[in-house]
Design a protein around this ligand. Structure first.
Ligand code: NDP
Length: 326
């Protein structure tokens, strides 16, 4: 079987296309024939070694997979079932989805929603499922479309693209923050009403700024997140899920104690199963399939190796679905 394999030894850190045997797969109670995987920011960190994401070597990366159950000793799944996996440390500490087969714990799987093919599920992937969790976090904190503009950062990336599409379909007025003005037509086609230059948010700002955003979904962290908090409307909510600018948060408590701003952290990796199933059901209902096609590029396993550095450099757009059988 084909797989990407990451190694770290005396020769250094390497990621390459290789061959694995079923007997080498890690322990688990469900064996899956992988149809598609994806390339998320975290996968690109693993492949390039830009951040110590991989916890043991050799490692098959790929935090997502969609495929068909071949064998199962788990009560919830049987041979032939279509399943999706996002996170749970797969592709970091347990061999992941960038391979033709995977063996995982059945507790990590959710059934593929009938609205999606395996390929569509991976066009969504962890990035899209996280975007949905962020939208749900805004809803849980009372951010409704009538409250005002919602900001999405990293707009041309995976989380950002899906977040814009979801929010627009739900009736929100979405402002897209991007470092790439050349992607304005793309961002407007997904439903953004305006595009702003991310440089407006990326430098150290004041503890409080003019109130603007009813809600925000932030993938950047660092000064960007601090400036967003400072410019939230009274009682607004920021769903924070990423660190594309940095993992620091050079903010003050002022937005929280004077404007009641809510900072809602969003983790997708160890999210309980009920939340995952709910998020996938919402994606089936609220994501426009035509826009999903527009934000998706299909690549092969070996192309994933070439694409990873571009993603870390912020040069890629939308979502990458990896055809592991090509
Ligand atoms: P992508 O690489 O697809 O998109 C990231 C985008 O961030 C880029 O396209 C770029 O968009 C923007 N960006 C890049 N550098 C900077 C910078 N210095 N300052 C501000 N914006 C920047 O990644 P994903 O969308 O898949 O993931 C985004 C982030 O969310 C990552 O940090 C990832 O680790 C995190 N994440 C977290 C999850 C969780 O469970 N908490 C799950 C999924 C992702 P543009 O050019 O439009 O500005």
């Amino acid at each position: 079987m084909q797989a990407l394999l990451i190694n770290k030894d005396a020769a250094g850190y390497t990621a390459q296309l290789g061959q694995i045997k079923e007997a080498q797969l890690p322990q688990g109670d469900v064996l899956i024939k992988v149809d598609y995987s994806t390339l998320n920011y975290k996968d690109s960190l693993a492949i390039t070694g830009a951040s110590p994401v991989v916890r043991s070597f050799p490692m098959v990366p790929g935090i997502d997979l969609a495929g068909t159950v071949e064998k199962s000793d788990h009560a919830d799944f049987k041979a032939g079932d279509k399943v999706v996996l996002n996170g749970f440390g797969v592709g970091e500490g347990h061999w992941g989805g960038l391979a033709q087969m995977a063996r995982v714990k059945g507790d990590w799987l959710v059934p593929l929603p009938s609205a999606f093919t395996s390929k569509q599920a991976m066009a969504i992937g962890t990035a899209g499922y996280t975007a949905m969790l962020c939208v749900m976090a805004l809803e849980q904190h009372g951010v409704t479309p009538d409250k005002g503009e919602v900001l999405v950062t990293g707009a041309a990336g995976g989380v950002g693209s899906v977040a814009i599409s979801l929010l627009a379909k739900l009736g929100y007025t979405v402002v897209a923050s991007s470092g790439r003005v050349e992607e304005t037509d793309y961002l407007m086609s997904l439903g953004a009403s305006k595009v702003m230059d991310r440089n407006e948010l990326s430098e150290k700002g004041r503890p409080l700024a003019k109130e603007r955003w009813a809600g925000a979904i932030d993938v950047a962290g660092s000064h960007t997140l601090a400036n967003i908090c400072a410019s939230m409307k009274y009682g607004g909510t920021v769903a924070a899920c990423g660190l594309a600018q940095g993992y620091d948060l050079p903010a003050t408590v002022m937005p929280f104690i004077l404007r009641g701003v809510i900072l809602a952290g969003v983790d997708s990796v160890y999210r309980p199963k009920a939340d995952r199933v709910a998020a996938w059901a919402r994606l089936a209902k609220d994501l426009n399939p035509t826009q999903l096609d527009a934000m998706m590029t299909e690549i092969t396993l070996s192309q994933a190796l070439d694409t990873a550095q571009g993603q870390i450099d912020g040069r890629t757009r939308g979502r990458f679905v990896v055809n592991v059988n090509a």
